[in-house]
Design a protein around this ligand. Structure first.
Ligand code: CDT
Length: 336
């Protein structure tokens, strides 16, 4: 067995004028709650540190830049550093989504994996599937989604990585048997995505091809964005249910089809009392079942003990890629 204790730290409303250091205090509170359950890994949402600013059109670069983290190392950002120090103190790994402005001036929608046992960021991912538009919608009432304006598509690919310190050396050794398929051995293999990426099977599969056992992602998903989805007109309540349904659908289906656990963490609630973001943070099993889910749309820790050994069933049988995939038939996927 490869048991680890993991959590999604759902984060409720963060208003446009929220003070970053105050928001970080909320994240620290969630981390401290995680410690009481002996959680080893906490996943925070996409762009956790601020309101979901791509809904607003900024004409001032200076104002826009207040929503970004600057510099090469997020763990040294003055407002965010206390979160890293707390994780060290508690011995908890975490994934944090934030808007990154590189020293060269490029904007990315980014997340990092901080390993408490290594005392450093061991992996970084930059969102590849950027949704929305470059220009604001003509309808001044429509909520914007200006990610294509503010961010550049990620340049780091979907690179799986091993997270040290989550399973003990004893477990790692006990798990290795002579002649066994090369899944589920050593440190857990993880992959990170951000929000819209979860709707793209290519993202999941690219990680699964690297043996990923646990995929994690944060999201900001509008609850009433029929104009963006192109769906038929519906009531705000129905639109929110539909958005939740699709979010859950892609997580459960892709966890199953890629024989991996997944953790999704929502930024949710009503930003500025009017911009609705769905909740629904959850943890899914490799058989596609929801093993833990959020009850509300505020700050909430959603956690479970998961046995990564359960990925074997799918990886060695139904979705044993080596035996069953037919790559000679898939060419179009990378040609178009
Ligand atoms: N943040 C993000 O990627 N959101 C997209 C859609 C915009 S919200 C209607 C998502 O896939 O949830």
């Amino acid at each position: 067995s490869r048991k680890i204790r993991v959590a999604a730290a759902q984060v409720g409303a963060v208003h446009k004028d929220a003070i970053k250091s105050e928001t970080v205090k909320r994240l620290i509170t969630l981390l401290q709650e995680a410690a009481t359950h002996r959680i080893q890994l906490v996943v925070f949402p996409e762009a956790t540190l601020t309101t979901f600013f791509p809904r607003h059109l900024f004409t001032s670069q200076e104002e826009l830049d207040t929503y970004f983290e600057h510099g090469a190392d997020i763990s040294q950002s003055p407002d965010v550093k206390p979160l890293f120090l707390e994780a060290d103190k508690l011995g908890i790994d975490f994934v944090l989504g934030y808007a990154e402005r590189t020293p060269e001036g490029t904007g990315y929608n980014t997340c990092v994996y901080y390993s408490a046992s290594s005392k450093q960021v061991i992996s970084k991912y930059r969102k590849i599937h950027l949704p929305g538009t470059v220009e604001p919608f003509a309808d001044p009432e429509a909520v914007n989604q200006l990610e294509k304006r503010y961010f550049t598509p990620g340049d780091l690919g979907f690179k799986a990585f091993r997270a040290p310190g989550l399973v003990s050396d004893a477990v790692k050794k006990a798990d290795v048997k002579e002649g066994e398929a090369t899944v589920g051995k050593g440190d857990p293999i993880l992959g990170m995505m951000i929000c819209n990426d979860r709707r793209w099977p290519e993202a999941w599969r690219t990680y699964a091809l690297q043996g990923a056992e646990l995929l994690v992602f944060g999201y900001n998903t509008g609850g009433n964005m029929a104009h963006l989805w192109g769906s038929k007109p519906m009531s705000p309540e129905a639109a929110q249910q539909e958005a939740l349904f699709h979010s859950r659908l892609v997580q459960q289906a892709n966890s199953y089809m890629n024989a991996c656990f997944s953790i999704s963490a929502a930024r949710c609630g009503l930003d500025d009392g009017k911009y609705d973001l769905i909740g629904g943070s959850s943890i899914c099993s490799p058989e596609g079942h929801v093993v833990a889910e959020a009850k509300g749309t505020g700050d909430e820790l959603v956690w479970a003990e998961v046995d990564l050994g359960e990925c074997r069933q799918g990886k060695e049988k139904t979705f044993d890629f080596g035996r069953h995939r037919r790559v000679e038939a898939y060419g179009l996927i990378v040609e178009r």
